[in-house]
Design a protein around this ligand. Structure first.
Ligand SMILES: Nc1ncnc2c1ncn2[C@@H]1O[C@H](COP(=O)(O)OP(=O)(O)OP(=O)(O)O)[C@@H](O)[C@H]1O
Ligand SMILES: Nc1ccn([C@@H]2O[C@H](COP(=O)(O)O)[C@@H](O)[C@H]2O)c(=O)n1
Length: 229
């Protein structure tokens, strides 16, 4: 069967990667979490003290160091999903914490960062057979993708899901802090100048606020079957 590109965009914590991973596994496609790439650059910037006290980025210094940022993915057979590596070190846990979450938006708004990561993402999808999730996949990375999905859910529902996830892992979590972070990232992602988060005109929209994971996975599988029949 002819392979296609599947672009899944939407707001933070709305279930994009949950759906994308499940579909990729079922249809034998590669899954790429582009948020992990922006998070990895953020971790690199934190490790190199490239944030000013007011939270802005020392962009000139980061630009000089960008050639030293090497992001890759390796499939983890235990978890059944790819782990993210920054310069050869697995950073999967480090990039998911609140410190990176609360610094990632200004990094993702920097044009030279987006240019570098978008180029890498386009190389990864060059042979198709890929499910990629993020904010600008259907609009900028793969505007010609054969199947585009735009996922939404209320900010409160998304914050609750993240809170439940952190609690289940035994991590520290505060619902109000998570809600504030989700709302702030939504605002910055939709208002930045370069590739702001928006629904591509030809994307199918899914509000999964009141859906179970199984229901949304089945919905996506049906859309894939329709797109490839
Ligand atoms: N329909 C659902 N009902 C309940 N929980 C869900 C649902 N969909 C996803 N989740 C849970 O919500 C949390 C966030 O999901 P996920 O990580 O897939 O979101 P995301 O959109 O990829 O987030 P981000 O943009 O921050 O990477 C996870 O704990 C996931 O298990
Ligand atoms: N294509 C993308 C993907 C992500 N971002 C930015 O990265 C942040 C973290 O992404 P998550 O999917 O892990 O939440 C997100 O808040 C965006 O600012 C992006 O700009 N483009």
């Amino acid at each position: 069967m002819k392979k296609i590109v599947i672009a899944i965009d939407g707001f933070s914590s709305c279930g994009k990667s949950t759906m994308a991973k499940d579909l990729a596994r079922r249809i034998g496609y590669v899954y790429v979490d582009t948020g992990a790439m922006y998070r990895s650059v953020t971790l690199f910037a934190l490790n190199h003290h490239l944030f000013n006290e007011d939270g802005s980025v020392k962009a000139d210094q980061l630009e000089k160091l960008m050639p030293e940022v090497n992001i890759s993915f390796k499939f983890n057979t235990e978890t059944g999903r790819p782990d993210t590596y920054l310069n050869g070190v697995c950073v999967e846990n480090d990039i998911r914490g609140m410190e990176v979450s609360s610094h990632v938006s200004p990094i993702a708004a920097i044009p030279f960062v987006r240019e570098a990561l978008v180029a890498q993402q386009q190389r990864m999808g060059g042979d198709k057979g890929i499910v990629m999730d993020g904010r600008d996949i259907g609009t900028t990375v793969f505007p010609e993708a054969e199947l585009k999905i735009f996922v939404t859910a209320s900010a409160e529902v998304r914050a609750q899901r993240r809170y439940d996830e952190l609690k289940a892992k035994g991590a520290e979590a505060n619902y109000d802090d998570i809600l504030k972070n989700v709302q702030e990232r939504d605002y910055i992602d939709t208002h930045r100048e370069v590739s702001p988060l928006r629904k591509a005109d030809d994307a199918l929209e899914l509000d999964n606020s009141h859906m179970t994971i199984e229901e949304q996975n089945a919905w996506l599988m049906q859309r894939f079957e329709q797109a490839t029949k």
